[in-house]
Design a protein around this ligand. Structure first.
Ligand SMILES: Cc1cc2nc3c(=O)[nH]c(=O)nc-3n(C[C@H](O)[C@H](O)[C@H](O)COP(=O)(O)O)c2cc1C
Length: 182
């Protein structure tokens, strides 16, 4: 059975990111996967302190909710990161998580653990789907260093209204299908 772990990086509990990540997870469950979801705004994740122990040890030494998340990522076949676009990038909570993941690569910046598929979910206010593609591409390249390989990206545009994704049947289906295809 495949293991899927998803991270919600929006403070809006009924917003577009959450709606779309839930659809990905519903698809994954229908495909028989075991799923775990973390809402980053409910978790205690301290900011990276720059000690760099992770570069040698392969894990972070700070004891907080991150420890369980890291374990779940290492055990997973598929990872899902969902975030609103905040100031052209992911939310601060998602960035906190990503900084703490540096133990996923070794001292030569090569993945330390088994490669995983990654599904990215973004929601942005801007109606232009091209607006932040450079940032998304940068994220994809960076996450590959961790051994997280993007297989699908789901993007909600014009998402100032939290119900935008919920009202977009085509996008909901795309998210569901991305989960089902794992
Ligand atoms: C602090 C903050 C910064 C934002 N920055 C951007 C931005 O740079 N570009 C953009 O298109 N939308 C921006 N937005 C709008 C959100 O990306 C948009 O409302 C998104 O759909 C929220 O996703 P959610 O419904 O999952 O919370 C910003 C919103 C906030 C609160």
């Amino acid at each position: 059975m495949k293991k899927v772990v998803a991270f919600m990086g929006s403070p809006r509990k009924n917003g577009n990111t959450v709606t779309l990540v839930n659809e990905v997870i519903r698809g994954a469950q229908d495909a028989g996967a075991e799923t775990t979801i973390f809402n980053l705004y409910d978790m205690n994740i301290k900011p990276c302190q720059g000690c760099l122990v992770c570069r040698k040890a392969g894990h972070c030494v700070m004891q907080d909710d991150f420890q369980n998340m890291f374990k779940q990522i290492i055990d997973a076949d598929v990872v899902v990161f969902g975030s609103p676009v905040y100031i052209w990038q992911v939310s601060a909570q998602m960035k906190l998580l990503w900084d703490r993941l540096c133990g996923l690569f070794d001292e030569n910046h090569k993945p330390r653990y088994a490669a995983k598929s990654l599904i990215m979910v973004y929601s942005q206010g801007n109606p232009n789907a091209q607006a932040f593609q450079t940032a998304f591409q940068t994220n994809e390249t960076m996450l590959k260093m961790f051994g997280l390989n993007v297989v699908d990206t789901i993007l909600a545009t014009a998402g100032t209204n939290p119900n935008t994704a919920a009202n977009n049947k085509e996008l909901l289906l795309k998210a569901y299908e991305a989960g089902k295809a794992i």
